[in-house]
Design a protein around this ligand. Structure first.
Ligand SMILES: Cc1cc2nc3c(=O)[nH]c(=O)nc-3n(C[C@H](O)[C@H](O)[C@H](O)COP(=O)(O)OP(=O)(O)OC[C@H]3O[C@@H](n4cnc5c(N)ncnc54)[C@H](O)[C@@H]3O)c2cc1C
Length: 248
């Protein structure tokens, strides 16, 4: 693995560490996605050796707020083009947050720092099935994963978007069964109702912390999925700033 310093084999899942760098970039493109996402593409020569090995990666998006304070938030590298030195991030516009606000006011030429990724968890794409579930903060990772999966596998996606206009961009060569839901309770119910296909697979979930605790329980006890065959991450938590927790 390019830039990889450490490998650990674990039932097919590979963990790779990357040298942590801070890279200065500037905004070169801004585009709305659905009703509540802003896709921002950053360019910088410093990205020449940027590595993102997995849809599960995150970078520390770093900027100064209006008061000049340094703010750092976790974001998924949605797309990276090494030749063009361009990295795209999809920001959810939510009510009250400094990163969300930064994305809302971003303009061409504005500068920011991209730090990391510190490491990657590489989940093989040739499992027989892939179960992907989450709220809108997980959509950039799910969209990237769906783009990367081959046409030989099945993907079951359970996605929470209360605004119909956000139900877009889940394109894939894989055989995808897509379930849209409108609330956390519906997401939990839809995940419970999923019939896990035959063969070997992997479950990946991300989103709000209390919802992820529920989903992990459904996967573990409801479906008997082994710890090694799932990744559940809290990407944010109601009432908390910059919250990140790996639940499994
Ligand atoms: C590994 C990882 C990858 C992530 N990838 C992405 C990504 O690609 N795109 C993306 O948009 N987000 C992503 N997130 C989530 C993002 O980091 C958080 O939503 C973050 O809190 C946003 O920062 P903020 O400054 O806007 O709000 P904060 O200052 O962190 O929070 C302010 C308030 O807003 C609330 N809040 C935070 N996020 C949301 C939300 N999404 N909806 C409603 N309320 C919220 C908090 O509970 C808090 O009360 C990721 C998180 C992790 C850990």
């Amino acid at each position: 693995m390019e830039n990889g310093l450490h490998h650990l084999q674990e039932r097919g899942v590979q963990r790779v560490r990357h040298e942590i760098r801070q890279r200065e970039v500037e905004v070169v493109r801004i585009r709305p996605v659905g009703a509540n996402f802003i896709s921002i593409t950053f360019r910088g020569e410093a990205l020449h050796d940027f590595v993102t090995a997995s849809f599960d990666d995150h970078v520390k998006f770093t900027f100064n707020d209006a008061a000049g304070e340094v703010v750092r938030r976790d974001y998924t590298p949605r797309h990276f083009d090494r030749d063009k030195r361009e990295l795209t991030i999809e920001f959810v516009r939510h009510g009250d947050g400094k990163a969300s606000e930064w994305a809302r006011q971003a303009g061409i030429g504005q500068r920011a720092i991209i730090a990391g990724p510190r490491g990657s968890m590489i989940i093989p794409s040739d499992y027989d099935w892939h179960l992907l579930a989450g709220d809108s903060t997980a959509f950039p990772a799910i969209r990237r994963r769906l783009e990367e999966l081959p046409d030989t596998v099945r993907a079951i996606v359970v996605a929470l978007a209360d605004d119909d206009a956000d139900r877009c961009g889940f394109d894939s060569k894989a055989h995808v069964h897509l379930h849209w839901v409108s609330s956390p309770d519906e997401l939990a119910a839809a995940l419970s109702a999923v019939q896990v296909p035959e063969g070997e697979g992997f479950a990946w979930c991300a989103g709000e912390a209390s919802l992820m605790v529920r989903l992990r329980e459904i996967l573990r006890t409801g479906k008997g999925i082994a710890k090694e065959s799932m990744r559940v991450a809290a990407y944010w938590r109601h009432g908390a700033s910059s919250y990140h927790e790996q639940l499994d």
